[in-house]
Design a protein. Structure first.
Length: 255
C-alpha cells in the first residue's frame, strides 16, 4: 500500500471511530414551549448543550419559515431571525436555542431530556383602571380579583423574569417570579374591585376593573309614606294635627 493509501485509510478509520460519539451526542428530546408541550415530527434533538428543532415543524411553535439553500428565516408575530440549516437524518434542523434568544425569550434545559422555552416579561403598564402586560412570546394568563386586601392579580404561565433585562414599568404595580414558570403581577387597590375584562392567551395582555357597586337598595332606610294631613278642631285652645303614617311598625315609642 502506498503512503497516500495508508493516509486515506487512517482518515477513514478515524471517522468511523468518532461516529459512535457523534450519534451518542445526538439525542431526541422534548420541548416545553412556554405553557404547552408541542408534538414535533421529526423530533427535536440535543447536540451538546444546544437544542435543534425540525424546520418543517416550525408551525407547531407558532412560527413560519422560508428556506433558501443552507439557511432558513424563522418568523414569529413580532420578529424574525435567519439561522444556518443542519441536516440530520435527511431532515433540515435549525437551532431552537438561538431562535428563542433572537426573539427575546429564554431557553434552558429543564432536565437532560427537556428543553424549556419561557417568555420574558417586557413591560407592565397600569393606568385608569387597566393593566397591560407585554411578553416576548405568547403566555397563558389567569386573572382574578381579591378583596382582603383589595387587589387584582394576573398570573402569567410560561413567563420568566430576566434580572439582566427587567420589564419596563409604569404605574403602581408589583411583580415576582411566583413559580419557576409563572410570573405574578399584582395591582393593589383602595376599594374592592370588579373584573370588567380579562385577557386570553397571547403576548399583549389587557385586563380592566371597576369599583364594586353596592346592591341597589342595600343599606337604605325605607322612606316614610304620608298620604294626607288632617287638621282637627281646636281642643282647649290647642290645634290637633293628624298625619296618617304608613311604614314599618315602630318597636319603641318615646314620649
Amino acid at each position: 500500500m502506498t503512503f497516500d493509501g495508508q493516509k486515506r485509510m487512517a482518515v477513514y478509520v478515524g471517522a468511523f471511530a468518532v461516529l459512535p460519539a457523534l450519534l451518542a451526542a445526538t439525542d431526541a428530546v422534548k420541548v416545553r414551549f412556554t405553557f404547552y408541550e408541542p408534538s414535533l415530527t421529526p423530533v427535536a434533538i440535543r447536540i451538546g448543550d444546544e437544542c435543534f428543532f425540525p424546520v418543517e415543524a416550525a408551525s407547531r411553535l407558532g412560527w413560519s419559515v422560508t428556506q433558501r439553500g443552507d439557511r432558513v428565516t424563522v418568523r414569529d408575530a413580532a420578529a424574525e431571525t435567519t439561522l444556518p440549516i443542519r441536516r440530520i437524518g435527511g431532515a433540515a434542523y435549525a437551532s431552537l436555542s438561538k431562535a428563542v434568544q433572537a426573539f427575546g425569550a429564554v431557553g434552558t434545559w429543564k432536565n437532560a431530556g427537556t428543553f424549556e422555552v419561557l417568555a420574558a416579561v417586557k413591560s407592565i403598564v397600569v393606568a385608569q383602571g387597566q393593566i397591560t402586560v407585554e411578553t416576548s412570546l405568547p403566555v397563558q394568563p389567569n386573572t382574578f380579583v381579591l378583596d382582603a386586601p383589595p387587589r387584582l392579580v394576573m398570573d402569567l404561565r410560561g413567563a420568566v423574569l430576566t434580572p439582566s433585562n427587567p420589564p419596563k414599568v409604569e404605574g403602581a404595580v408589583r411583580y415576582s417570579q411566583f413559580q419557576p414558570d409563572i410570573v405574578r403581577v399584582v395591582v393593589d387597590l383602595s376599594t374592592a374591585p370588579r373584573l370588567a375584562a380579562k385577557p386570553s392567551t397571547g403576548r399583549s395582555l389587557v385586563a380592566s376593573w371597576s369599583s364594586a357597586s353596592p346592591v341597589a337598595g342595600a343599606g337604605r332606610a325605607r322612606p316614610l309614606q304620608v298620604k294626607s294631613v288632617e287638621l282637627a278642631a281646636e281642643t282647649d285652645g290647642e290645634t290637633i294635627l293628624r298625619i296618617p303614617y304608613q311604614g314599618p311598625r315602630p318597636t319603641q315609642i318615646t314620649t
